[in-house]
Design a protein around this ligand. Structure first.
Ligand code: PAF
Length: 289
């Protein structure tokens, strides 16, 4: 498996591949799987799906400082590129390359350009982590410009991020198809996340799975026509009683705009939540309709 650290080297690798299109194949030539490393089974499923969807795959591993606030875990975020490279190699897929740039390669100078994302980025995780989605938008747009993929794949666990990336590509006419992939879960229902490494065994096995269970219960209540506000309040109380800190939010929203809904929607709708447990901040979501 080839691995590239610079934009120039990755582009030199990809340019001839783009020109050598197999005439009989209508699939995109290049798929991008952007990650911050600490790869788990969810990421590896994105790589498998990417390779099915395209002739060549680029997996980027870059812990993006622009999406961390000064008090957040940028320094301590789990990093193990050697292990990550082995995990991707173990998939035994051909035509998969790694892109593992340093911070100075992506940000040779402090970036002054910002992408204004509007309302979708100021609520939920955007309210709890001001500036986070601006940092995500910046790096993902840069990665799109660097790799120029025909398709890019993201996990649905970060549902707000996924919808923001869809908005960016639509609003800026970036010629890339965005594919959301269902959240990979442990048998307990806990969504796989690199930050699960911060949990103790008890937190991980006993308390954390209650996030998904509470989402499932609330979704059933809402589908059954129960009062939305009461259902959301009860879900927050259940999480606090289970051992989480008071949730940052537990919200019922329109799946595209992420605006809050006060009654059962006939359109696609979702429950979103985020709550801190011990040293980890966990997020999860579930489709309601
Ligand atoms: O979801 C992530 O891992 C990151 O937010 C992403 C999309 C790789 C951008 O840094």
């Amino acid at each position: 498996m080839q691995s590239f650290k610079t934009i120039a080297d990755l582009r030199a690798h990809l340019t001839p591949l783009r020109q050598r299109k197999i005439a009989s194949r209508i699939a995109p030539q290049i798929a991008l799987v952007p990650t911050m490393g600490a790869l788990h089974a969810g990421h590896l499923e994105l790589v498998r799906r990417a390779r099915k969807a395209a002739d060549h795959v680029v997996v980027s591993i870059f812990v993006n400082p622009a999406q961390f606030a000064p008090h957040e875990d940028f320094q301590s975020y789990p990093r193990d590129v050697v292990r990550d490279a082995q995990a991707v190699a173990d998939l035994k897929l051909d035509n998969v390359a790694l892109f593992t740039p340093d911070v100075a390669e992506i940000y040779p100078a402090a970036p002054r350009t910002q992408i204004e994302l509007g309302d979708i980025a100021t609520r939920w995780d955007g309210a709890a982590r001001p500036g986070h989605f601006a940092g995500v938008a910046l790096v993902v747009t840069k990665l799109f410009n660097i790799a120029q993929p025909g398709i890019a794949l993201f996990g649905e666990k970060d549902f707000q991020q996924l919808q923001i990336i869809r908005q960016i590509t639509r609003d800026l006419s970036i010629p890339v198809e965005i594919t959301g992939v269902p959240t990979a879960r442990e048998a307990s229902g806990l969504a796989l996340s690199s930050r699960n490494a911060y949990l103790s065994d008890e937190e991980r096995n006993i308390i954390a799975p209650k996030l998904h269970q509470t989402l499932q219960n609330a979704a059933e209540q809402i589908r059954a026509g129960k009062d939305i506000e009461q259902t959301l309040q009860k879900a927050k109380q259940d999480l606090t009683a289970a051992g989480f800190n008071a949730p940052d939010y537990f919200a019922y929203v329109d799946s595209e705009t992420l605006t809050p809904l006060s009654r059962l929607s006939p359109l696609a709708s979702r429950l979103l939540t985020a709550a801190r447990l011990g040293k980890a901040r966990l997020i999860d979501n579930i489709a309601v309709t």
